[in-house]
Design a protein around this ligand. Sequence first.
Ligand code: AMP
Length: 473
Amino acid sequence: MSQEIHFADLGLAQPLLRAIEDAGYTKPTPVQAQAIPLVLKGGDLLAGAQTGTGKTAGFTLPILHLLSEKPLTPKAGRPRCLILVPTRELAAQVEESVKTYGKYLKHSSMVMFGGVGINPQIDRLRKPLDILVATPGRLLDHVGQKTLDLSGIEILVLDEADRMLDMGFIRDIKKILALLPTQRQNLLFSATFSDEIKALADGLLHNPGFVEVARRNTASELVTQTVHMVPQSHKRDLMSHLIKHHGWEQVLVFTRTKHGANRLAEKLAKDGIPAAAIHGNKSQSARTKALAQFKDGSIPVLVATDIAARGLDIDQLPQVVNFELPNVPEDYVHRIGRTGRAGASGAAVSLVDHEEAKLLKDIEKLIKREIPRVAVEGFVPPAKPEPEAPRPPRQPQQRRPQGGQSRNGGGGNRNHPPRQGQQNRNEQPRQPQKAKPQQEKPQKNLSEAARHQAMPQTPLFAPKPIHRGQRHK
Ligand code: AMP
């Protein structure tokens, strides 16, 4: 559908078309082609679109157009448009998009999230403001301090609404909705449509236009997916080997725990591979710095936990590695969606220990395809692998907490800086409240070599690749 459509056909103002040209976009993505005209008409919108589809421009461009059509003198601390997002990283990226696409317009924008000092934000709110991009927790802190006035909101965007619900933001969202004027345009973007999202949309949207560009749980077809079966204790060595062997220059590695992320980054650095870890225990400035270095190519490896990596927008990221499989199968889809974005091809490799076989099965069931098991060429497992740290208990295999999460139940909804001895709450939502202790399995007591043999999956470290599904440099 979008093949024949050009940005110039969508009804956007000239300054926006110029900014789009500067960004190098030649044609709208499907979500842009469908959503932009609907938003320009002024109605509500329900959009099913994942990160990577170009959804940010899909709402930012028409919003900038609408605001510029009705120029008002912006007032201090009283924005006209509110874009609510689940994470700091996404907030920063969305505001960057607002600036990029609005560079030939006169709008003022601001990003607001927790984990950083509130005073610079208060100072910024003393100046005129049109568009506010915020995470819910910090936004409510400002409302509480009366530094922010939401009575002038004309357009509300809930971006990655499903993630916000996952993270337990529903109560905060409801509080925020109650502070907004009733006459306004509402845009809701979500990658998935659970019953909770439907309920939220029903209460929020009036006769919404509907756009859906990615079917639920569809793993990007542009991403080549492979699995290497490997004992947990060999994974760090294998990671080094893979990076060196393939000459990967930009690889995002997902680990299940913050500690695991640190250990892997340290191991890679020891092997001469510059790597940085990002997770909720890192300060915002450390995360921003690591991300910038990763983006500009000065660090080839970024190791991240799911929540820290959420919403990361890196153009043409070629390689993603699941150092461990995620506990929730849908997270696998989100993870591999970090690559193969905006039409680029990409590869996702998963390192899977036999204890993760069940998770792998669940993922394959979800994406409705088998991921090829690929042997690793030339990898000689170390005679004495590093001892494993005790594993944290696995989370029960439940998709998402069901409605009405409390702050405790929903976890890290307020983006406050982590305090000493306190886990960043942003990292908590997927941790179980009542985690079952891990069942002892007979194989647990086997030696690594015996575990190799005990593993039912094909091939381990065959001398030659049976099949190579990933790209070579
Ligand atoms: P998003 O889904 O909004 O996170 O966007 C994913 C990536 O696609 C971003 O890096 C955008 O810069 C890029 N992008 C957005 N729109 C287009 C377009 N029309 N053509 C090419 N790239 C785009």
